[in-house]
Design a protein around this ligand. Structure first.
Ligand SMILES: [Zn+2]
Length: 264
């Protein structure tokens, strides 16, 4: 698509993204041929086309913005609630490219400074080892028991909400094995009928969340105290505070709530 040389500029400072506000207070990403912002060296600037359509440039600021700037910084999570979905997703790509680039300056095998070969490949000039952005895969599971679902509060949650059981895939596991293991480890429960629900890139910092539904089979809840503070079955009438809308956890819980309303 031809935008007369205009590009979308995804510019980060740590975990925050640079946005601009128009007169109505609406938030957007800068869209221009150039931006008047100090840039890093060329190898730390990432140019990509998102969804085969949007020309994007991403880089990280070395210093915070000065206070007279026409721009402001908001957290990437917060941006979900202000930007169109594609823009939030393209910002997630930017954040993951920047994160990967910063963490692969040296070859992990021999310690030589790496050379960028493509947008998503670096090669060690000494030993030839290639590096690509790693994606950490995690499962998340909605467990139903009759008209209830299992919700849990984990110690690492950022606020007082209850979410779904989740955990990282370990080497050699199928996704379904991860689901079973995580549920058993964290709650002591056995589950059955594990089915794929959907998935979501999770750029915090570089993950993929794969959602499943399952049914309770047997056991009493016995929480893993290092991971969880509480876990219990809830019905639609006594739900606790739920996760924010940007997460697949909330999308799954909302799907379940919809199913419950249809039954009524
Ligand atoms: Zn090497």
């Amino acid at each position: 698509m031809n935008y007369q040389g205009k590009r979308w500029w995804f510019i980060f400072f740590q975990n925050s993204i640079l946005v601009q506000k128009n007169k109505e207070g609406l938030v957007s990403i800068p869209f221009a041929p150039e931006v008047d912002i100090p840039k890093p060296k060329d190898s730390q600037i990432h140019e990509y086309t998102f969804h085969a359509k949007y020309a994007c440039t991403a880089f990280e600021l070395k210093e915070p913005l000065n206070q007279h700037s026409e721009y402001e910084l908001i957290s990437l999570r917060e941006s979900f609630y202000h930007l169109p979905l594609w823009m939030y997703q393209a910002a997630g790509v930017a954040q993951q490219l920047i994160f990967w680039d910063k963490n692969t300056r040296y070859c992990p095998a021999c310690g030589t400074p790496t050379k960028r070969k493509t947008l998503i490949m670096k090669k060690c000039p000494h030993c030839g080892k290639e590096q690509y952005p790693p994606i950490q895969t995690a499962i998340i599971v909605l467990i139903q028991r009759g008209d209830e679902i299992l919700l849990a509060h984990a110690h690492n949650f950022k606020s007082e909400f209850y979410g779904l059981i989740a955990g990282f895939v370990e080497v050699g596991e199928t996704l379904e094995e991860t689901v079973k293991r995580e549920v058993k480890e964290e709650t002591g429960l056995d589950i059955k009928n594990i089915n794929y629900f959907g998935n979501q890139p999770w750029p915090y910092p570089s993950g993929l969340m794969v959602g499943f539904t399952a049914e309770y089979e047997s056991g009493e809840i016995c929480i893993q105290k290092e991971e969880l503070r509480n876990a219990a079955f809830f019905n639609i009438k006594n739900l606790p505070t739920l996760p924010q809308k940007l997460s697949i956890a909330r999308r799954m819980i909302d799907w379940w709530i919809d199913q419950q309303h249809k039954k009524e």
